[in-house]
Design a protein around this ligand. Structure first.
Ligand code: PEP
Ligand code: MN
Length: 338
């Protein structure tokens, strides 16, 4: 249910609506809009009497049901697109934001040089995994807190905010100490304990779609974070598993316009994990810009051949710089700025 306030309704009227709704056992979430504010009401279905009471309160225009299973993520609740600020970098506005860096943090010179080179080419944030979810338990699983320290050094050297994955709820605290944004990996999209705790954390979250997640399930996972009151959420399409084996995953480019229609949340694309091979990354990146994505997260390694993780899909810094240049014209054509 959403309570749509009248244009010009006062803050006191808004607070009164929340107070009354909570007395009627609804959970309330205020969503501030440019024109008018709304209050999302989550509670017992069919509380008709409560709804009629709220509809009569001063400042209330109408109370309307939300048809989607996800409420706070839905465009029904918030018509304008959300802008998510990560240490000054804004997702969802005019800027098309590119995050770049290696799959995993390996050594100081590796992550610092990656950061310097991607920044030179126009990246706005640095990526790098310190805790890596790996398909095989024998693969390199990241440097843990040492990796986080190296990310902080790379941020110090370049000023780029960092995003890094948190795999396990027990690591939230340590990741929070160093990162500017939490990444939830594709494999953890339905780790509801992790999503709930990240909703309670205040730092922004980058939520990756799972390889077998429908768009509705993706938005329900987002709802877990939003319903705990963390509104700083950016979604990421990274390819899904299909019958096609020519690429590592199949980039579901249609996810971008569909999410944009259903939700107010920003969505970026990860062409690297979709493609699995560096040669396909430029084309998928350009497709993402054209489809209306709010940004990209791309794997870039100073020396992909020597990468400990995902070298085959990583661009080298020169390839990345060329791609950044090529995307500018496409961004301009769709009203965005790189
Ligand atoms: C990653 O970003 O390095 C990663 C592991 O991605 P995903 O969770 O999408 O597989
Ligand atoms: Mn990777």
């Amino acid at each position: 249910m959403i309570v749509v306030m009248k244009i010009g309704a006062t803050e006191a009227e808004l607070e009164h609506v929340c107070k009354k709704a909570e007395e009627l056992n609804f959970t309330t979430h205020i969503i501030y809009g440019k024109e008018r504010n709304v209050v999302g009401l989550i509670g017992i279905e069919g509380n008709k009497e409560g709804v009629s009471l709220i509809e009569e309160l001063p400042g209330v225009d109408k109370v309307v049901p939300i048809s989607k299973p996800y409420k706070l993520a839905s465009r029904e609740v918030k018509r304008e697109s959300s802008i998510v600020d990560v240490a000054g970098v804004k997702f969802g506005g005019e800027d098309f934001v590119v995050i770049a860096g290696p799959c995993s943090v390996e050594r100081e010179d590796q992550i610092v040089s990656a950061a310097v080179r991607v920044k030179e080419a126009g990246a706005r944030m640095l990526r790098g995994g310190a805790f890596k979810p790996r398909t095989s338990p024998y693969s390199f699983k990241g440097l843990g807190e040492d990796g986080l320290r190296l990310l902080a050094k790379a941020r110090e050297a370049t000023g780029l905010p960092v995003v890094t994955e948190v795999v396990d709820p027990k690591d939230i605290e340590v990741v929070d100490k160093y990162a500017d944004m939490f990444q939830v990996g594709a494999r953890n999209i339905q780790n509801f304990a992790l999503l709930t705790l990240l909703g309670q954390a205040r730092k922004p979250v980058l939520l990756k779609r799972g390889p077998a997640t429908t768009i509705d399930e993706f938005l329900m996972a987002a709802e877990y974070i939003l319903s705990e009151n963390n509104r700083n959420l950016v979604l990421c399409e990274r390819g899904i598993r299909t019958f096609e084996t020519a690429t590592r995953n199949t980039l579901d480019i249609s996810c971008v316009p569909v999410v944009k229609a259903k939700s107010h949340l920003p969505i970026i694309v990860d062409p690297s994990h979709a493609a699995g091979q560096a040669r396909y990354v430029p084309a998928l990146s350009k497709a993402a810009v054209a489809a209306g994505a709010d940004g990209l997260i791309i794997e870039v390694h100073p020396d992909p051949e020597k990468a400990l993780c995902d070298g085959a899909q990583s661009l080298n810094p020169s390839q990345f710089a060329v791609l950044m240049n090529e995307m500018k014209a496409i961004a301009f054509a769709v009203g965005r700025r790189i």
